[in-house]
Write a new protein. Structure first.
Length: 516
């Protein structure tokens, strides 16, 4: 049997030495939260039922309309920064976790000093609302059920109040209970943090999904791991295509970084199939490469689990069958054929009809308008298929006022851009307000003597104590209010050299929501 040869692979010992382990929980991290598609928004709404109709998995993510959906930067923030802090703390997790300053986080994400993007990504992650129902097994093997609507955590920025009333000296997250309970009890898996940082978001998400299957294949000495294209799209919030000519380049961009690194090796084979709904699907076969095997051995240092970098099964892999010749190009637009068939017109008749129509006829728009006409109560047409055919043959014009799906898409994109601009402006104003407070505090500390400032605060406390409306406030609250009031009063009188909001924007960099 002929041996399959591969390009020279990286040295396994070097790969193992470079494996920067981060242990991530294996329940919630397998479900998508972030919109990683480059082609607009993908709705994250997974519902799977058992044969008896019982819900096995429900997972829906509703982004906040102000901040927008969490995208690739929010994904990198979660997986590279927050998950690393969680891993370092061990279990059980505290409710409050310190992340560092906005500038620290921006530097960790290779954003330089652009804290506006970090602030927006934090707000997107914290405000994404999750509706979930599923069962999972804990570290101890117990079965638990999560059925809740929740956000994962709240964000406290520098200068804001922490749960104990103290002032935050950096960015903190406050874990919400459903999320904290799962993370505390779920099993963990090892991932290569340094490797993830080098990957683009779609390839990183693929690595998180396939790593379960790769490690299982290595442990059980299987020739390859399997992953359905539909599963990858559903669990990474990617657009799913039904045409192999679109699937192939989409998955090539996902596979290429892992082939270059030696995590996977060629050939990546696939088999065409269909999903339970009858839609086209493809099952990919992934051969673990030397990096995957070195990572496995590093994560499982027991000799009983260590394996060869290039096992016998792969060296004896049978010769790959030559691909079938490509089908001849279709004479008509297959998408339009499918639209006509969906409306009750036979496939052969649909092809003949489309072949008769002149080039450039707006068939899709005409079908949408015909649908609208048929939905009107007064139009009780007994032969809707004949109505579609006659209207297409007449090449009837679509009224200008009718909103086709293409027009609706343009309108929704314009509305989304308006919301993004609003969110950017709001984030800028919040950041600018924080900057002014910091400048006031710094100027007062440098130019107003401590005793003089303390005397002003004391006088303000006494004035507020005499005010009937403040008489019942706790002394600590009254002191905090007085401190801020004195600072605001001094800011109006002192020559503090504030930047204008436009100068501040120029210094910090424009706020551009991730992925737009």
């Amino acid at each position: 049997m002929k041996t399959t040869t591969h390009p020279p692979a990286p040295d396994p010992q070097e790969l193992a030495a470079a494996f920067d382990i981060i242990r991530t929980e294996t329940v919630l991290s397998r479900l998508p939260i972030h919109n990683l598609s480059n082609n607009g928004n993908v709705e994250i709404n997974i519902l799977r039922t058992a044969p008896d109709g019982q819900v096995e998995l429900k997972w829906q993510v509703s982004p906040n309309s102000t901040f927008g959906p969490p995208r690739s930067l929010a994904y990198k923030l979660d997986t590279l920064v927050i998950n690393r802090r969680i891993d370092a703390l061990g279990r059980p997790l505290p409710k409050l976790i310190r992340l560092g300053t906005l500038r620290d986080i921006a530097k960790e994400l290779d954003l330089g000093g652009n804290t506006n993007k970090v602030r927006l990504a934090l707000n997107q992650n914290a405000s994404a609302f999750i509706t979930a129902k599923f069962k999972y097994r804990t570290n101890g093997g117990l079965e638990r059920t999560l059925e809740a609507g929740f956000t994962r955590y709240a964000v406290v920025f520098s200068g804001e109040s922490l749960p104990d009333g103290s002032k935050a000296d950096a960015v903190h997250i406050v874990l919400n209970e459903p999320y904290r309970e799962v993370v505390n009890n779920a099993p963990v898996r090892p991932l290569d943090h340094a490797y993830m940082k080098t990957l683009p978001p779609s390839a990183q998400r693929f690595y998180e999904i396939i790593s379960y299957k790769i490690f299982s294949a290595i442990k059980n000495k299987y020739l390859y791991a399997k992953l359905a294209y539909s599963e990858y799209c559903a669990f990474s919030a990617q657009h799913r295509a039904n045409d192999w000519n679109l699937v192939r380049p989409q998955m090539h961009h996902v596979h290429q970084p892992h082939l270059s690194s030696g995590y996977l090796v060629k050939p990546i084979e696939f088999e065409k199939t269909t999903d339970p709904q009858g839609n086209p699907d493809w099952i990919f076969h992934y051969i673990p490469g030397p990096k995957a095997r070195a990572d496995y051995n590093t994560a499982h240092r027991s000799l009983s689990l260590a394996i060869d970098v290039e096992p016998r099964e792969i060296r004896e892999r049978p010769k790959r069958k030559p691909p079938a010749p490509p089908p001849p190009p279709p004479p008509v637009d297959e998408a339009l054929v499918a639209e006509l068939v969906k409306r009750g017109i036979g496939e052969m008749e649909s092809r003949k009809l489309l072949a008769k129509l002149p080039p450039g006829q707006p068939v899709a728009e005409q079908l949408e308008y015909a649908d609208a006409v048929l939905r009107r109560p007064k139009n009780a047409i007994g032969n809707p298929q004949g109505f579609y055919i006659s209207r297409l043959l007449e090449n009837f014009p679509v009224p200008e006022h009718f909103e086709t799906s293409a027009k609706r898409k343009l309108r929704e994109e314009a509305e989304w851009r308006r919301r993004e601009e609003f969110a950017e402006r709001q984030a800028l104003e919040l950041a600018y307000g924080e900057y002014r407070r910091e400048e006031i505090d710094r100027y007062i500390a440098e130019h107003v003597p401590t005793q003089e400032f303390a005397a002003l605060v004391k006088r303000e406390i006494a004035r507020r104590r005499a005010d009937r409306g403040n008489a019942n406030l706790p002394a600590q609250t009254r002191a905090a209010i007085a401190d801020r009031a004195v600072r605001s009063s001094l800011a109006e009188k002192l020559p503090i050299p504030f930047l204008t909001i436009e100068e501040f924007r120029e210094r910090e960099g424009p706020l551009n929501p991730e992925g737009q």
